[in-house]
Design a protein around this ligand. Sequence first.
Ligand code: GLU
Length: 319
Amino acid sequence: MSVSDNHNAVKGRFAPSPSGRMHLGNVFTALVSWLSAKSRGGKWLLRIEDLDPQRSKIEYARLIEDDLRWLGLEWDEGGLDDKGGPGPYSQSLRGDIYCHALDRLKDMRLTYPCRCTRADIMATQAPHESDGRIIYQGTCRPAARPPFQPVAVTKPCATRLYVPDKEIQFTDGVFGCQSVNLTAHCGDFVLQRADGAWAYQLAVVVDDALMGVTEVVRGCDLLLSTAQQLYLYDLLDYSPPRYIHLPLLSNPAGQRLSKRDMSLSMQELRRRFNPEELIGRLAGMARIKDDYEPCTPNSLLSVFDVDRLPKQTAIIVDD
Ligand code: GLU
C-alpha cells in the first residue's frame, strides 16, 4: 500500500472506537466530517478503531454502521466489509502494516524498549500532572542521545519513541494556531505496548496517511495529541492532513458526554427523534444553519461553512 497519489482530492474520515453505542457527540463529529468532505466533492471513509481487544466489540461496530445509515451518513470507503478500497479498515486487522512502520522508526534508532509499568510511571508524576495524561520522565531512555544502540531484551517490553525538546506548531481549523512542546506534553511515547497492542498514536497516523485521508475532524480532546501525530508524520515522511477539532458537547448538566450517558446515546435518541429531527437540532446547535428545523445531511451541503463552527462547548437543551 502507498500514500495516496491524488493529493488534490479531499478525503475525510470517521474513526469510531466500537466500545459502545454512539452518543450525540460522536454523531456531531460524523456529521461535520461528512459535510466537510462531501461539500467539497470529496470522499468519506469509515475506519473501525478496534485496537483495544478488551473494550472493542463487533456488535458495537455493527450498531455504529446501522446508526450512520439511519442518519443518512453513508460512507464511500471502509467499514466492516471494506467497501470500495483495499482495506482492511478495521485496525485489529492491520498489525502487519503498523509493524512495518515501527520497523522504519526502529531503523532510525529513535526507539527504545521500556520496562516501566503504568504504576512505575504514575509514581514519578508530579501531582499537578495527574489530569489523566501521562508524561513519561524517561526512566528507560538510554543515557546517550539518539541514534540509540540496539538493546537485547529478555522479556516483553513496550517500545517508546524519543521526542525532542521542541515546539510542534500547527493550525487547527476551529481552534487556530497551536504550539505544543512534546517533552512537556507527553515525553517519549509508546508505539507498541509490552503485550503487543499497538498504540493509537502510531496506528492513527499510519492509517490516515496510507488511506489517503486529507482532513481529520474529531473531538477537541485530541487537539494536543495532534502534535505527537505530526511528529510521526514528519519521521515517516507522510504528508499530514488538515485538522479540524470540534468542541465537546455537554449533557444538560454541563458535563462532557460519555458513552455511559444513556439519554444521549443513539439508542435513546432513535427512540425520541426521527433522523431529520436529530440532524436539524444538531445542525442548529453547531451553527451549521440558523434554525433547528428537521433536515437531511444532504440538504446541509450547500450551507456548510467550517468557519462558522463554534469554539465553545455547545450545551444541549433537553426539551
Ligand atoms: N477512535 C477515536 C475515538 O473514537 C477517534 C480517533 C481520531 O479520530 O483520531 O474517540
